[in-house]
Design a binder for this molecule. Sequence first.
Ligand code: SF4
Ligand code: FES
Length: 251
Amino acid sequence: MATINLKLEIWRQKNTDSLGQLESYELENISTDSSFLEMLDVLNEKLTHEGKEPVAFDHDCREGICGMCGAVINGIAHGPEKEITLCQLHMRNFSSGDTIVIEPFRSKAFPIKKDLMVDRSALDRIIQAGGYVSTNTGAAVDGNSIPIPSQVAELAMDAAACIGCGACVASCPNGAAMLFTSAKISQLSLLPQGQPERKTRAISMIETMDREGFGSCTNERECEAVCPKGISIRNIAIMNREYLKAILTEG
Ligand code: SF4
Ligand code: FES
């Protein structure tokens, strides 16, 4: 089993109101087969054993599905590998002697709760503002009874892949949540089930996004570059069209 020795610089912060700072740690004999979160588990066991406070970080599925994990690794949200979440990053991507800087997802709308944990509930409130279908569609219908062109189905499925991790927000110099919001608006605007609330959804979700303190898009494309699910900024163009159409016709 190959192992590596690492120096870690980790952001430590007691709570939202306190000041934080980077603290240094050394870890030896980390298996290159372990995941990044398992490496943090090893560190936390060591810290606990030494009677020190373990590093707080969010995680749940550890399979790239739930969207709970996330940190900025050497300046890149979710780390250096394309289209994966932090829990899917493995230590074989690092070399012995490396220094790894680990920071929380920073953004005005994501207050730091503790260490690497940030409050991403602003994203939940955007979804609560319209990211659902409230029409009672009854029991599940036969697969082919509502024909949807395969190209449209593909676009909707691609947008539906968003797991709400917030890496797009953390990477955007404007702290915008436009990739996240547009993924949901775009997905539902493409499907028949999304039509009844199409206009009110676009207006309500975008207004909530603004109210929550997220910035605006200036086409930096940093969001798309770090998104673990490959969500395209094409969805932002769809969202802007949806919003324009909605305000022009809804008044
Ligand atoms: S758009 Fe991508 S980066 Fe943003 S919340 Fe969804 S999955 Fe995460
Ligand atoms: S812990 Fe669920 S996506 Fe990483």
